[in-house]
Write a protein that binds this ligand. Structure first.
Ligand SMILES: C[S@@+](CC[C@H](N)C(=O)[O-])C[C@H]1O[C@@H](n2cnc3c(N)ncnc32)[C@H](O)[C@@H]1O
Length: 185
């Protein structure tokens, strides 16, 4: 299993799918989900993605996606699916909806519950090519503004900071690179 955790300032309630960049950069999140979960003709069955939404109206909300979650790889289809989930009554424990799961868990609660081999992605981390990534890695990434310092500090209590290079890549590009690295093992 491979896990991606994405910290985002995206909305914790329904948003307009007609202007995803203006909806707390939900375009970025939709692309991350597409990169994480889709191969060319099928979905990956060994990947899960936690999207932690920290924007208004009532953060945090975390959605866990797997290959059983019902959507197509295009941004609008994914955005519509997220909107359906955000229209539910969201409580502290996980509720299933069409193969995805939603709760009011925070970023820190998600990291604590996952444990395991955690890596936080940052341009300033250790070079990933010098690291032996294990069988069940948990990769933590930020949105366009990155992971806030206090949350990064929390993650670093158990995570190692790793880098894909000095260039700052799109979060979705980072996920594609990480999937490629793990696929090659
Ligand atoms: C588009 S970047 C934004 C980075 C943002 N400027 C910052 O200060 O964190 C979004 C996320 O992609 C990841 N990322 C981007 N480039 C990376 C790189 N070269 N190595 C590792 N992670 C990277 C980081 O997790 C970052 O939070």
């Amino acid at each position: 299993m491979r896990t991606f955790v994405i910290f985002t300032r995206g909305p914790s309630g329904p948003f307009s799918v007609d202007d995803l960049p203006d909806a707390g950069r939900m375009d970025l999140i939709c692309r991350c989900l597409s990169s994480a979960l889709f191969l060319s003709y099928k979905m990956r069955d060994d990947v899960e993605v936690y999207v932690v939404l920290n924007g208004p109206p009532r953060p945090p909300v975390t959605i866990r996606f797997t290959s059983n979650s019902g959507f197509y790889p295009d941004e609008k289809s994914i955005a519509n699916f997220i909107n359906e989930i955000l229209s539910l009554e969201i409580i502290n424990t996980w509720t299933e909806y069409k193969g995805a799961f939603v709760s009011r868990k925070s970023f820190q609660e998600v990291l604590n519950s996952l444990g395991g081999e955690q890596y936080i992605l940052s341009e300033k981390g250790d070079d990933i090519s010098k690291i032996e990534v294990g069988e069940r890695p948990i990769f933590i990434l930020g949105d366009n503004r990155g992971v806030p310092p206090n949350e990064e500090k929390f993650a670093l209590r158990s995570a190692r900071k790793i880098s894909l290079g000095k260039e700052s890549y799109l979060s979705s590009s980072c996920i594609s690179i990480l999937n490629w690295i793990c696929d090659k093992r």
